[in-house]
Design a protein around this ligand. Structure first.
Ligand code: NAP
Ligand code: MG
Length: 493
């Protein structure tokens, strides 16, 4: 049986407990590997290694650090297919999406490597003569990264690459469900020549390893993507230590379809957004807010198109909807469907665990559409994280925006319309970190900031230039070459 180890100070090693847990393929329940279960002791060793390595790394010129990241990019490219296959076996998304996700990491590597020659600060005129003023970014120290299973390499790339190019060292805890792709990503850093100690992988549970990282006095910041529940807990503990946290959490994303929209285009966007990655994207389309005049036609078209979505093992190229991550997830989704029915929503299609056609060993849930949903229902407000979408009818753009913004989350939203005036109004008023026009709720590109408003985050962003803010402090520097005491705000006024 393949064993997945920790990577600490440039060495692959089992945890101090010697315990392992199985890694399952969600499409068929097959055991793929076993992963080591670490404790605080392993976190301590990883932090010590990171601390030592960072002392030298912060002095390496950023373009030189970036040279290693370019190599990471080339290796990711070379191993793209292998990584995609592992990712799909381990977490279930269909292979085409697995490839897309690896591509996101490739794009991120080259983009962030380019930042090695920028990392811009400001140079500004001083208000005094013979004085020079500028700001520079400096590393914070040790970044603790805690990542989820649904984008196991893309999110790890969003966090580790900017952390390293800016001169930090990293301690990374991947999700328990996806250690295999994490191992492969770390091997790529190793093969690219990243000096030992700069990237440490510690496998284990969130409650043990995650907590030990959050509480560790020498981990200077925590960058977390995952559920709200865990994010809030992390923020509380880290806040007490005045530790920086960057939190990306849940969503309850909606596509708004106005009466003048191209309905066929909207149908494609809805199916891709609601059922891609079996609805387990943080940007998944979980609500459709539709003008009442086109509601029935949209429903008809959705039902006709949903027929074509083949379910099965994501490694089969013809499959469009893979399994959900585990049994408890499957049960939670089914529970929400029951709640929806009790609340009086009308089930248009789906609403059941699928076990026929050899799918009984995996965690398959039928693509599900509810209609006649009202904004107060739990299925319209809470994140389900599965292939379930709720249709809500409205009578105007204003009402659509109100419904869109009525949830506690603010990650992504989309509007389908042909009216430029109403589109611009929506672009202004939709309260989410991502807004799509005539496109579904997923599809972020790595060179813009990724993240959300309200309950989705705490104001930080992954990817884009904005991600550099998570991993750096600003230092403002004043150089006085006048040879005399010059007092700002006093001697020049
Ligand atoms: P999760 O349970 O919050 O887990 C995320 C990570 O946190 C995992 O590595 C987990 O470890 C760890 N963790 C769990 N408990 C912890 C604790 N007490 N202290 C420290 N770390 C802890 O989330 P999930 O169920 O894996 O992922 C689904 C959620 O992620 C959804 O809510 C989704 O919306 C969100 N998500 C958000 C974004 C975004 O950018 N906004 C992107 C993707 C996903 P274990 O695996 O060992 O439990
Ligand atoms: Mg969890």
């Amino acid at each position: 049986m393949k064993k997945i180890l920790n990577y600490i100070n440039g060495e692959w090693c089992p945890s101090s407990t010697g315990k392992f847990t199985p890694v399952l393929n969600p499409a068929n329940g097959q055991v793929l590997a076993e992963v080591t279960q670490s404790t605080q002791e392993d976190v301590d060793r990883a932090v010590q290694a990171a601390k030592n390595a960072q002392k030298e790394w912060r002095l390496v010129p950023a373009p030189e650090r970036a040279d290693i990241l370019y190599k990471v990019g080339y290796l990711l490219k070379e191993r793209k297919e292998k990584l995609a296959q592992i990712l799909t076996s381990e977490m279930g998304k269909v292979i085409e999406e697995g490839r897309g996700e690896v591509q996101e990491a490739i794009d991120m590597a080259f983009y962030v490597a380019g930042e090695g020659r920028r990392l811009f600060g400001d140079t500004v005129p001083s208000e005094l003569r013979n004085k020079f003023a500028m700001s520079v970014r400096v590393p914070i120290g040790i970044a603790g990264l805690i990542t989820p299973w649904n984008f196991p390499i893309a999110i790890a790339s969003w966090k580790s690459l900017p952390a390293l190019v800016t001169g930090n060292a990293v301690v990374w805890k991947p999700a328990t469900e996806t250690p295999m792709v994490a191992e492969e990503f770390v091997k790529i850093y190793e093969d690219a020549g990243l000096p030992k100690g700069l990237l440490n992988l510690v496998n284990g549970s969130g409650s043990v390893v995650g907590n030990a990282m959050v509480d560790h006095p020498d981990i200077d910041l925590i960058s977390f993507t995952g559920s709200n529940e865990v994010g809030k807990e992390i923020n509380g503990r880290a806040g007490a230590l005045l530790k920086r946290t960057s939190l990306e959490m849940g969503g309850k994303n909606a596509i708004t379809v106005l009466e003048d929209a191209d309905l066929d285009l909207a149908v494609e966007g809805i199916l891709w957004g609601a059922f891609g990655t079996a609805g387990q994207r943080c940007t998944a389309t979980s609500r459709v807010i539709v003008h009442k005049d086109v509601k029935e036609e949209l429903e008809r078209k959705l039902l006709a198109s949903i027929e074509g979505l083949k379910m099965g093992d994501g490694l089969d190229e013809s499959v469009k909807v893979g399994p959900v991550i585990n049994r408890s997830s499957l049960e939670r989704i089914d529970e929400y469907v029951k709640i929806g029915q009790e609340e009086g929503a009308k089930l248009l299609t789906g609403g059941r665990i699928v076990s026929e056609n050899g799918l009984d060993k995996g965690n398959f849930y039928a693509p599900t559409i509810f209609t006649d949903v009202t904004p107060e229902m739990r299925i319209a407000k809470e994140e389900i994280f599965g292939p379930v979408v709720s249709i809500i009818a409205v009578t105007s753009l204003e009402e659509a925006i109100e419904v869109n913004n009525s949830v506690e989350f603010g990650l992504s939203s989309a509007i389908y319309s042909a009216d430029v005036n109403r589109i611009f109004q929506a672009m202004r008023d939709l309260d989410t970190g991502l807004v799509y026009v005539n496109a579904g709720t997923s599809g972020a590109e790595i060179h813009l900031p990724f993240g959300g408003t309200k309950g989705t985050g705490n104001g930080h962003r992954d990817s884009g230039v904005a991600s550099l803010d998570v991993y750096t402090e600003w230092k403002s520097i004043y150089v006085d070459y006048s040879g005399k005491l010059q007092r700002a705000q006093i001697d020049n006024n």
